[in-house]
Design a protein around this ligand. Structure first.
Ligand code: UDP
Length: 248
């Protein structure tokens, strides 16, 4: 978050944001499933100008062996930004930021992945951010959820993720890059299908009332995202029931 140029208005008097959205609207999202033939599950997701590719591998024998757990699978999540994904080239390799995002994203999935079914194995989630425009961690979580389901990993439900923030003094859903840069706060959230929160982070300052209002917006956003995730999974996995001709 940087200081905003004086003449920059992020929300007009009519309540419209720079990309034409209202406060409670998410950016357009498009999901493709099963895009990588060598992965057990995969997903390509576009959300506004974000472009994310996820490959899931496993459950497979965990290496090195000392990383194995006798009572469950280990879940590994690697968030990586391609160096060409941002305006100023991102330095290749892990950074403090990518290590932090990988950790909190893995923790966002741990409550739903039924890891105890697969002792001594690893479930690997590889995230590649191909184009970034704010909200990449939430976009990556939404894509990972679909890729895990595509891989057939048993889960108690899907995880859905969206951020809210404060821009020009107003609480808005799903910040884009300009809003993330010049806004006052950013608050990413991930939740289960039942609305149980599995990730919360906060950058900036918000009052308890603003957080309450933001969480209501996030719930609405996550509901819309869940519907998109479910639709793409249904399309792939629901086999049409053949009509049974009645006996004469
Ligand atoms: N960003 C960047 N260079 C970096 C890291 C981030 O240009 O090294 C941009 C990128 O567009 C990213 C945005 O800043 O989406 C916001 O980053 P943040 O750390 O808030 O994470 P995100 O919102 O992507 O989860």
């Amino acid at each position: 978050m940087s200081s905003k140029p004086e003449n920059l208005t992020l929300i007009t008097d009519d309540g419209l944001r720079l990309d034409g959205r209202r406060a409670d609207e998410i950016r357009p999202m498009k999901i493709e499933i099963g895009v990588l033939s060598r992965a057990d599950g995969s997903c390509y997701l576009e959300w506004g100008r974000n472009k994310i590719l996820v490959g899931v591998f496993g459950p497979r024998e965990a290496h090195p062996r000392r990383s194995q757990r006798a009572d469950s699978a280990v879940i590994r999540y690697r968030y990586n930004m391609a160096s060409f994904s941002v305006e100023d080239r991102a330095r290749p390799g892990p950074s403090r930021r990518s290590i932090e995002i990988s950790k909190v994203s893995r923790e966002a999935f741990e409550p739903v992945i039924m890891a105890e079914m697969f002792p001594k194995t690893a479930i690997d989630i590889f995230v590649e951010v191909l184009q970034a425009d704010a909200g990449t961690r939430t976009a990556a979580i939404n894509a990972s959820s679909v890729a895990l389901a595509d891989a057939g990993i048993p889960m108690k439900g899907l995880i859905t993720s969206c951020a809210f923030g404060k821009v020009d003094g107003q609480i808005v859903l799903d910040l884009n890059k300009e809003e993330d840069n010049y806004g006052e706060a950013d608050f990413p959230v991930a939740m289960t299908q039942d609305g149980e929160i599995t990730l919360v982070q906060m950058d900036g300052n918000l009052t308890p009332e603003e957080i309450k209002k933001g969480l209501e917006l996030v719930k609405k956003g996550c509901k819309e995202i869940l519907a998109i995730q479910q639709a793409v999974l249904r399309k792939k996995f629901e086999t049409p029931v053949e009509e049974v001709s009645e006996e004469p």
